[in-house]
Structure formats: structure tokens, C-alpha cells
Design a protein around this ligand. Structure first.
Ligand SMILES: Nc1ncnc2c1ncn2[C@@H]1O[C@H](COP(=O)(O)OP(=O)(O)O)[C@@H](O)[C@H]1O
Ligand SMILES: [Mg+2]
Length: 412
């Protein structure tokens, strides 16, 4: 007997079943004339019968497998065809080999019409270079590539699409590229809206800061010129009254009134200067910073220094204001939070840039921590720098002090 599989495998099982069937058949016909045949012939006959039954069984299994295969193929096809994304298989030469239903909708053409056409014909002219570049990369690298471009339908309308291309081998072993198409026009539209809104907000913020500075200048001027003048006039009058009061009848009350007026004059001047120091507009950033520091000296037992490679730096009002306000806020922070012994304000005019930095030797703070992220001061400095076309960086570490540095390009 021939047995080529003595493991309890599939073939062995089928062989055993076939043998059992032959045995049953033999048992059912006891007056078998073959019993008289020579032994060798009987064995060959037996072998043939077993084989015959095996073949029948194999055939049934094949049919079963075929049915399962058909069902799987139908399921696969349904998945492929009903998928919510477009599938397109393209030959290495760029011709469409196969598509699913959605791809037909995305490209605006019946599926059977698509086969054989160049895929690139559906790519917007302006985006074709990008498409060819990516296709080349897919073939050369063998790795999937994803990119976004505009496809044009046959009716001329274009639509933002995300393409995910993968090189694969088809059964004939020629390179095929499978492309997944996703309609992303909705996302592109909301991206554009977000961008638009961000631009508007930033334009609005810039205008707000401009208006705020203008308003501060006006207020400062009004305080100084109008209220300051009025108070000065009151003081003059009080002085005249004091001189006329030869008997000294009103001396005490006049003295008190004069004191109050002097105080008010001082306060108005201080307020006016703090709102927007005229020196910023008249003499520029560095003198304004020196003036700012002068106002603070002695207040906190803190040594504040201003260093600059030039005292006469010409800046636009916008950049000068931004530098000044950033330095002012950074200095306030150093005084309020750092418990520093010294602060250094440095202004460096480069070939085509200006940088302002404020460094303290105080306690520092954790930049990634809650406090560093939540403050409007830090946020405001960054925003001001950005709106005036610059950048802001902050270095700080607990125990190692803090440095805030703003830099602006001064393009020709
Ligand atoms: N120079 C500094 N030294 C130490 N801590 C600082 C310094 N600057 C800022 N901080 C910390 O960062 C936080 C946020 O600062 P900021 O945004 O200016 O807000 P505010 O000054 O109103 O608290 C501060 O509360 C403080 O904890
Ligand atoms: Mg602050």
C-alpha cells in the first residue's frame, strides 16, 4: 500500500476515509470473483479504487473551496466598491487600471470610462509637478506617500483631495500604484476660515495696541498740558493770595492748599510720564529706558543697569513702542517676582536687527509650570513682539534667574 503521509494530516485522513469506503463496498459484496485473482492484481485494483474515491472527495472539496472563494471575493469587492474613500489603481505609466465607485464620483466620470485614462489628467495643472514628484518618490522609495492637491472633475470643478499612494506588485509583477483618494475640501474650507479669523484677530490686536499707545499719548499730553496747566495756574493764584495776605490771616490754610496743589502737580506729571514718556518719541528707545530705570532706582534696593551699543537707534514707532513696553513689563516682573539683586537691560543694534533683553539674577521660575503659562504679562510680551514683526524668547530656571529677549528685524 502506498502511503505518502503518515502524519494525522489532511491527506492521510482523506486516504483513510477512502480506504474505509472501499472496505465497506467489499464487505457488501461477499461473493466477489476478484477474490480468486492473484494477490498482486488484487492489490493494484484496491489501490485504484481507493484513488478513485479520493479523487471524488478531492473534487467535492475543490468545489467547496471555490464557493468560499467566490463569497470572499464578493465580500472583498463590496468592501472595495462601497468604501467611503476613492480607490484607484494606476500603472507605473500613470494609466488608470481600476477604480471603485467613490473614485468615479470624485473624478466625475463613470468608472468604466476611467479605465485606461491618464490619472494625471484629473490633477489640476498647478499641482501636477507635486503629483509627479510624489509618484516618483513612491516608486523609488517603495514607501507610501501622502500629499494634498487639487483634482479637477470632467465638468471643470476642482476639489481639494488627499492622496495616499502605495506601490504594490500586481499578479503579473508589474509595478502598480494604489491610490486612496479623500475629499478634504470641507477641511480646507475650515482651514481657510481659521486662517482668515486668525489674520483678522491679529490685525485687530495690532490696531488695538496702536490705539492704546495713541490714547496713552493723548492722555499723557492732556494731563500734562491741560490739568497740569490748570494746577499751575491755581498754584500761581495761591502764591499771589499768599503775598497779598500781609497780615497772615490765611497763612495756614493757604500753605495747606499750596501743599495739596504741589502734590497734585507732581502726581499728574508722574502719571503723564508713565503713560507714555515723551522721551520715547523725542529721543528714542535707549534714553527712554534710561529714564524708566531712573524712576525705579532706590525703590527696591535693586541695581538696574542699561547697556546699549548705541544711544541713537532709529526705530519705527511700532517697534520702539514694542521694545519699550516689553522691557517695562519684564522689569516690572523682575521687581515683583524675582527678588533679584541686579537687573541688566541690554539693547543691541545689529546690522539689520535690534534686540532688547532684560536679565535678572533672581529666583527664576519653571517655564513649563502653571504660573509661567498663565500670566498675561508673558503672553502680552510675546504678542506685542509678534505683532510688531519680531520674536520673544524667555529663559528661566528656578534659582538661576530669568532673561526675556525680544528681537526685531530692521529690513531695508
Ligand atoms: N523675572 C521673573 N522672576 C521670577 N518669576 C517670574 C519672572 N517673570 C515672571 N515670573 C513668574 O511668571 C508668572 C507670570 O508672569 P506674568 O505673565 O508677567 O504675570 P504676572 O506678573 O501678572 O503674575 C509670574 O506670576 C511669576 O510667577
Ligand atoms: Mg507681569
Amino acid at each position: 500500500m502506498i502511503s505518502n503521509d503518515d502524519r494525522p494530516g489532511h491527506h492521510a485522513r482523506r486516504r483513510l476515509q477512502a480506504e474505509a469506503a472501499v472496505q465497506t463496498n467489499a464487505a457488501q459484496s461477499p461473493q466477489n470473483p476478484e477474490a480468486l485473482w492473484p494477490q498482486a492484481a488484487q492489490e493494484v485494483l484496491h489501490e485504484l479504487r481507493v484513488h478513485q474515491i479520493e479523487l471524488v472527495m478531492q473534487n467535492e472539496e475543490l468545489q467547496q473551496a471555490q464557493l468560499q472563494l467566490d463569497a470572499a471575493r464578493a465580500r472583498y469587492f463590496e468592501l472595495y466598491d462601497q468604501a467611503p474613500v476613492g480607490y484607484v489603481s494606476v500603472s507605473r505609466q500613470g494609466r488608470i487600471l481600476q477604480t471603485n465607485r467613490i473614485a468615479g464620483t470624485l473624478l466625475g466620470m463613470a468608472r468604466n470610462m476611467l479605465v485606461g485614462r491618464r490619472f494625471s489628467r484629473f490633477v489640476l495643472k498647478e499641482d501636477q509637478d507635486l503629483f509627479y514628484l510624489n509618484q516618483k518618490q513612491v516608486i523609488e522609495s517603495g514607501r507610501p506617500q501622502a500629499f494634498e492637491l487639487r483634482m479637477v472633475k470632467t465638468n471643470g470643478t476642482s476639489c481639494w483631495t488627499r492622496l495616499e499612494a502605495t506601490a504594490a506588485q500586481d499578479p503579473e509583477d508589474a509595478s502598480v500604484i494604489h491610490i486612496v483618494l479623500l475629499d478634504i475640501s470641507e477641511r480646507k474650507r475650515s482651514d481657510a476660515t481659521i486662517l482668515d479669523n486668525a489674520e483678522r484677530i491679529s490685525a485687530l490686536s495690532r490696531r488695538l495696541i496702536e490705539v492704546q499707545e495713541e490714547e496713552r499719548s493723548n492722555l499723557a499730553r492732556e494731563l500734562h498740558d491741560e490739568i497740569g496747566q490748570v494746577l499751575t495756574a491755581v498754584r500761581l493764584n495761591l502764591k499771589v493770595m499768599e503775598r497779598q495776605d500781609t497780615q497772615g490771616t490765611h497763612r495756614d490754610s493757604l500753605e495747606r492748599a499750596l501743599n495739596v496743589v504741589e502734590q497734585a502737580i507732581g502726581q499728574v506729571r508722574g502719571l503723564s510720564l508713565r503713560l507714555r514718556p515723551p522721551v520715547l518719541d523725542d529721543l528714542g528707545l535707549v534714553p527712554a529706558l534710561r529714564w524708566l530705570v531712573l524712576q525705579q532706582t532706590g525703590l527696591h534696593g535693586l541695581s538696574i543697569r542699561v547697556e546699549a551699543n548705541s544711544d541713537d537707534i532709529e526705530l519705527s514707532r511700532e517697534v520702539a513702542s514694542a521694545c519699550y513696553r516689553i522691557a517695562q513689563e519684564a522689569l516690572t516682573n523682575a521687581m515683583r517676582h524675582a527678588a533679584a539683586a541686579g537687573v541688566m537691560i541690554r539693547v543691541v543694534r545689529g546690522a539689520d536687527s535690534v534686540a532688547v533683553s532684560v536679565r535678572d539674577d533672581g529666583g527664576g521660575f519653571d517655564l513649563s509650570g502653571e504660573r509661567g503659562r498663565a500670566g498675561f504679562g508673558l503672553l502680552g510680551m510675546a504678542e506685542r513682539a509678534k505683532l510688531a514683526g519680531g520674536t520673544l524668547r524667555v529663559w528661566s530656571e528656578p534659582g538661576k534667574g530669568t532673561e526675556v529677549r525680544a528681537e526685531f528685524g530692521l529690513g531695508a
